[in-house]
Design a protein around this ligand. Structure first.
Ligand code: FAD
Length: 271
């Protein structure tokens, strides 16, 4: 439960972070809120030689409307995403999923950039983002690029973000008053999702039904063909590959995906 020794660097700008990554190489790790990285360091599943703390980059913490999108700085804490009036009004699903992460202590530390980069298949915010669409903006030695959320999470704790890139922003389409739903099944209120389903604008994303958060494409296609919510939700687990663990076996997860998708779509339709 004690991490291996490491050096610590606190940076004040993204350029300083990139310079530190270039200097220390792939054995360095960026530190956001530390609520995922430090636990895995204590388990020695990650043994970085240097931690590059992004917490001093004050201009990475913001929420602003930018045309048809809401732009959220990667350093913004999930508590702020939950409470921010712009997010509540323009992207209420995102505010809600941020508010379903862990407990208040966790949400006060965890950052948007951290939850996106960590790529846990059970994580709430990436599930909401995958249903909403939009992009993850990263900055690397060659400048900035936008990764569509559909291409961001590539595997179990794997992303399209390179080791020498920093997540700087998440951009989400404004959904305004469009109906949405989020259903998260847990054993206890503050737990991680055993399975979760997010629905908005005919799109559905699922947590913990594969190595990454995934879209329920068969459900989406059925809805586009005019199927009822009940019929479409019955297809939610098609193409997924849930695992079995002490919380639920794969068949039960498939059942949950269908049930939670139906409930999320019903909530979206009722708005
Ligand atoms: C008790 C507890 C309960 C939790 N419950 C939930 C839950 O119910 N649902 C849920 O979704 N999450 C939950 N979490 C996870 C929490 O939301 C994570 O801490 C968060 O998702 C990761 O954000 P972070 O800022 O802490 O990232 P960190 O732990 O600092 O970093 C995570 C990873 O992202 C990288 N990283 C960080 N910032 C950047 C950046 N800007 N650019 C590129 N890479 C970066 C790091 O190098 C590291 O690999 C829980 C955590 C704890 C401790």
């Amino acid at each position: 439960m004690i991490p291996s020794t490491f050096d610590y660097v606190k940076v004040r700008s993204v350029d300083e972070a990139l310079a530190a990554l270039a200097e220390h190489g792939e054995d360095a790790k960026l530190l956001g809120g530390g609520h995922s990285l430090l636990p895995i360091m204590k388990l020695r599943l990650a043994i970085p030689t240097v931690l590059i703390d992004l917490g001093g980059i004050t201009d990475l913490s913001y929420v602003r409307v930018d045309g048809d999108e809401v732009a959220i700085g990667a350093g913004t804490r999930l508590f702020e995403v939950e409470r921010d009036e712009v997010v509540r009004t323009e992207v209420p699903l995102l505010s809600h999923v941020a508010g379903r992460v862990g407990d208040p202590q966790v949400r006060h530390r965890a950052t948007v950039g951290g939850t996106v980069a960590h790529s846990d298949p059970a994580s709430d915010v990436p599930t909401g983002l995958l249903a909403l669409g939009g992009s993850v903006v990263v900055q690397g030695p060659g400048g900035r690029r936008a990764i569509p959320v559909t291409a961001c999470w590539t595997g179990f704790f794997e992303t399209d973000i390179a080791w020498d890139e920093v997540v700087v922003e998440v951009r989400v389409p404004r959904t305004g008053s469009a109906g949405w739903g989020y259903e998260k099944f847990t054993r206890r209120e503050n737990d991680w999702a055993i399975v979760a389903a997010a629905a908005v604008d005919g799109r559905v994303a699922l947590a913990n039904m594969a190595g990454t958060v995934v879209r329920a494409t068969a459900t989406e296609e059925a809805l586009a063909r005019g199927a009822s919510i009940a019929e479409a939700a019955e297809l939610a687990d098609q193409g997924t590959s849930p695992g079995s663990d002490m919380h639920a076996d794969a068949d039960y997860r498939r059942h949950l995906a269908r049930l939670l998708t139906r409930r999320a779509l019903e909530s979206a339709a009722a708005a």
